[in-house]
Design a protein around this ligand. Sequence first.
Ligand code: ZN
Length: 136
Amino acid sequence: MSEVKVLNTGAKYAHASAGSLQNIEGKLFVKDAVGATSCEISFGTLPSGAAVPFFHSHKDNEENYIILSGSGKFQVDDDVFDIAEGSVIRVATNCDRNIKCTSTHPMTYICIQAKEGSLGNFTMTDAEITERENLL
Ligand code: ZN
């Protein structure tokens, strides 16, 4: 049974790890381990031929699925399309979704769930270059 372990924390950060993604069974949620306040993050795996055993829909949050390995199919309401390593699927609120692995090896993916429409400034409209000494 895999779990997310907190490895380092400071006043302004938390570092947790799920370890090898090949060892994850089902879904592993990360928000609580790192104290995330803007999104839920989960790692997911599906063995060959498996789909999530139910459809679900979200009222407030969109989901962004990032496929890390494997390939398969994704369904949103009655639309079905192929997905593979490198795919990113954004799913809006108030629709049904499911994911299936059709590759011979397991599918691993990340799902990031955040409030739909909540992203304001991002990347260089939010970030500032600072003058910190590089200790790396
Ligand atoms: Zn969901």
